[in-house]
Design a protein around this ligand. Structure first.
Ligand SMILES: [Mn+2]
Length: 464
């Protein structure tokens, strides 16, 4: 954990932003996998972790924005806990680690909420994403679980987003730590990405490596020779000479901060000339998107700059037609690059997405576009120093999508559908870095993980 003063300062800042009423911020609990005592691996809620540092299940934070009163509700580990799970700090010791003066048993939460409601105080809560949390809130607030969604506090959500968006140097150091582990994963993958290797074998070895660093995944790893399936979680293929292996993975730092890296590797260590052509376009889109990042620049501009590189590159190859600038305006590039350039990164891999994507990536100045492709952009608003973003352009040849567009003769003035016939078995390429916005520009936190054609081939060649 950081020092308790860090969490106390964050809570005080949140209370100032929300100004009036009380905040009810539940942490996550264990969730039963096939019976109650056999649970999924515990994962703390990002906001609860940010404001308390406590990475344990079954707690709830109560903040009175006006009086400044803070209470940690949670379980008291007794002898049962000591016998089965070992000794744990007492509830008041845990509260102390967070700088919270008062702690109470969980069953007293309902009384505190009732009292505040009786005094006519408003009670702020954020959107939920786990049934257990919804049941807890529903019970203590007296609101039917299905109606919770409508009543969440946008002032609270905006306050949390305001604070969590800007990463302190200590938080950036955590993200760097996660990236160092990812670097090791990619280094080993570059040595083992050979014809005949099974995806499952590489996946399993990567998992073991992550565990051996005392870490775990920030999200389920994508490791597939079928990179055109954007979130492909199958690992049932055998790598063949000439394949591309797309690996999108991230791990967590000791305090829960995520890395999120993608590399696309040529199985056997050498790109074909056709693969190299597409790879270089994606690499340039990554470079241009990144170079555009600076304080005050809307991230949507970085996205569009990268999209123009994709359109220009594909036009030069004869796969797209007409003016690339106009093609991007019309959304034609999205046939190949159907997702956004990136997202915020922090305690959550899609940072704060639990609070609602539009609260995180959009504001009074930027509204989400309706156009296919651009509509998937998670972040459009202006960058500020301390933001950590992923930058992850890609080019994919998705046969079903190409077929659909072709049948609809969609944007045919910009797309050379006939030329695409030769690319239907190409797969997909994505390259992703993690980037810190600084006072005068940007710092690519993952720059040491090889990504140029030469660096990758050299690293992979070293192995053979
Ligand atoms: Mn990502």
């Amino acid at each position: 954990m950081f020092d308790s003063s860090v969490y106390a300062a964050r809570r005080a800042a949140l209370a100032r932003l929300v100004r009036s009423g009380c905040i009810l911020l539940p942490g996550n609990d264990f969730i039963g996998m096939n019976y109650r005592a056999n649970t999924f691996p515990f994962r703390q809620d990002g906001s609860f972790l940010y404001f308390t540092g406590l990475d344990r299940p079954g707690h709830c934070l109560w903040l009175d924005c006006e009086s400044g009163e803070e209470i940690l509700f949670g379980p008291e580990p007794g002898m049962e806990h000591t016998i089965w799970s070992g000794a744990a700090p007492s509830l008041s010791e845990r509260a102390d680690l967070s700088g919270i003066a008062v702690s109470k048993a969980m069953h007293e939460l309902a009384h505190t909420v009732r009292q505040a409601k009786g005094q006519g105080r408003s009670i702020h809560y954020s959107p939920t994403y786990q049934g257990e949390t919804a049941l807890l809130l529903s019970g203590v607030l007296g609101i039917p679980a299905l109606e919770l969604e409508a009543g969440f506090s946008s002032i609270l959500v905006q306050g949390i987003v305001e604070l969590r968006s800007v990463k302190s140097p200590a938080e950036v150091a955590q993200i760097r730590q996660a990236i160092t582990i990812s670097a090791d994963v990619y280094d080993r993958l570059m040595q083992s990405c050979v014809p005949g290797a099974r995806e499952m074998e590489l996946y399993g070895r990567s998992q073991g490596l992550i565990f051996s660093h005392g870490s775990r995944e920030a999200f389920p790893m994508i490791l597939s020779r079928r990179g055109e399936v954007l979130h492909n979680h199958t690992h049932d293929q055998i790598l063949r000479d000439g394949d591309l292996l797309l690996v999108d993975s991230g791990v967590v730092s000791p305090l829960g901060y995520a890395s999120d890296i993608t590399r696309t590797l040529p199985v056997g260590g050498r790109f074909s000339s056709r693969q190299k052509e597409i790879y270089e376009i994606v690499l340039e889109a990554l470079a241009v998107g990144t170079l555009n990042m600076a304080p005050g620049v809307p991230f949507v501009e970085c996205h569009l700059a990268a999209a123009r590189v994709v359109a220009k590159g594909l036009t030069d190859l004869g796969l797209m037609l007409g003016d690339p600038l106009e093609a991007v305006q019309r959304g034609a590039h999205a046939l190949f690059f159907p997702h956004g350039l990136g997202h915020m990164l922090g305690l959550d891999v899609h940072d704060m997405e639990a609070l609602g994507e539009d609260f995180v990536g959009y504001d009074h100045e930027f509204k989400r576009a309706a156009q296919f492709g651009l509509s998937g952009l998670r972040m459009a608003r202006r960058l500020r120093p301390g933001f950590v973003m992923t930058v992850e352009p890609g080019i994919y040849f998705i046969p079903a999508l190409i077929r659909q567009w072709r049948e609809q003769r969609r944007l045919e003035e910009f797309i050379n559908y006939e030329a695409l016939d030769a690319y239907l078995d190409f797969g997909g390429i994505r390259i992703e870095d993690d980037v810190l916005v600084t006072e005068d520009g940007r710092d690519v936190l993952s720059k040491d993980i090889p990504k140029s054609v030469d660096d990758i081939c050299k690293r992979m060649g070293d192995a053979s």
